[in-house]
Design a protein around this ligand. Structure first.
Ligand code: CP
Ligand code: NVA
Length: 353
């Protein structure tokens, strides 16, 4: 019997809001189930399956989230670092995707160019999830959305459930009682920093969920990749995005302030130029408050963090969501692995409405 073609997660731009809603509700279900009941009450949708983690760059959060997610779902995580396999040195992406994909049940891959993850997906017989490329980082932004949802709507206590039926009952309960996207609508997110994979993923996602987005980047670093902007215009959301060189303009009325490193992996040789270009972009309470952000503004950062882009007072302060955001990398990865590697289906339609 021929299997259907596998679903791949290369960017959230490929998902409808309904599919994002599904993944977030599923993430909330797994978190509540594993923490309020017991990890053992999670259904083993990856039982007897092996998930390959092909990482050509360093990772703390994505790797730990992926390995623990696979184990929680009853599968075996197989980490393949750049020193371990032939990829890119002795063997093409096409041949690697065919060979690894013939023996495993899913591939989580962290790559350089986005074309590399596209090539893996094109040739893999099993689902491929993007664990970060130069262009996008979908699983990070799912965790950010989950964290914002929890911040604005603490999840209600789960109902009394019998352990054997807990997962589906809890999912139904959350689906009926919680709209993980409702609290995001109408909120303003401000990004002050480099235009990189994180803000690209935000750009193709949050305006479609009814948020407005303002991006401040310095001159010379203020161009949006044409491939990313094409996804924005295709969605018709360019009117919800402000691009500026002035952090204060971006921060005015912001509910959520977000940044990331100014020197992404692979840009280490540009460090001196970048530190100079981004002078004046460090996020501080004084900067955000004098610009007129909302009184209850929150701070997010995907991590790893360097002190130049945000000072300790904000990063470790009461407005910072960075550690819950990091933990939620796990729960959103469990939901993605369950859907993509376990079920091969993400309810809510193939393309955005
Ligand atoms: N945020 C994130 O992707 O972190 P890692 O690079 O440590 O995986
Ligand atoms: N923009 C950063 C994100 C790390 C999670 C990078 O690509 O290095």
């Amino acid at each position: 019997r021929q299997r259907p073609s596998p679903p791949h997660l290369l960017t959230l731009a490929d998902l409808t809001p309904a599919q994002i809603f599904f993944l977030l509700t599923s993430s909330l279900t797994f978190k509540s189930l594993a923490k309020s009941f017991s990890p053992g009450s999670v259904r083993s949708s990856l039982s007897a399956r092996t998930i390959a983690m092909i990482f050509s760059k360093r990772s703390t959060r994505t790797r730990v989230a992926s390995e623990t997610a696979t184990k929680l779902l009853g599968g075996h995580p197989m980490f393949l670092g750049s020193q371990d396999i032939q990829l890119g040195v002795n063997e093409t992406l096409e041949d690697t995707a065919k060979v690894v994909g013939s023996m495993v049940d899913g591939i989580m891959a962290r790559v350089g160019e986005h074309s590399e993850i596209e090539a893996l997906a094109k040739h893999s017989p099993v689902p491929v999830i993007n664990a970060l490329s130069k262009l996008y980082h979908p699983t990070q932004i799912l965790a950010d959305l989950m964290t914002l949802h929890e911040t604005y709507n603490p999840v209600p206590e789960p109902p009394e459930l019998w352990r054997g039926e807990a997962q589906s009952a809890l999912y139904k309960h959350l689906k009926q009682s919680v709209d993980p996207l409702a609290s995001l609508r109408g909120k303003k997110m401000a990004w002050v920093g480099d235009i990189n994979n994180i803000i690209n993923e935000i750009m193709v996602t949050v305006p479609r969920l009814g948020m407005t987005l303002a991006i401040a980047a310095p001159k010379g670093y203020d161009t949006v990749d044409p491939a990313v902007w094409a996804r924005v215009t295709e969605a018709g959301t360019e009117g919800s995005i402000i691009l500026t060189n002035d952090p204060a303009e971006a921060l005015k009325d912001a509910d959520v302030v977000v940044t990331d490193t100014w020197i992404s992996m692979g840009q280490e040789q540009e460090k001196a130029d970048r530190l100079k270009a981004f002078e004046g972009y460090q996020i501080t309470n004084q900067m955000v408050e004098s610009a007129g952000a909302k009184p209850d503004w929150k701070f997010m950062h995907c991590l790893p963090r360097k002190p130049e882009e945000v000072d300790d007072e904000v990063f470790y302060g009461p407005r910072s969501l960075v550690f819950p955001e990091a933990e939620n990398r796990k729960w959103t990865t469990v939901a993605c692995f369950d859907a993509y590697f376990g079920r091969w289906s993400i309810p809510g339609g193939e393309r955005k409405e």
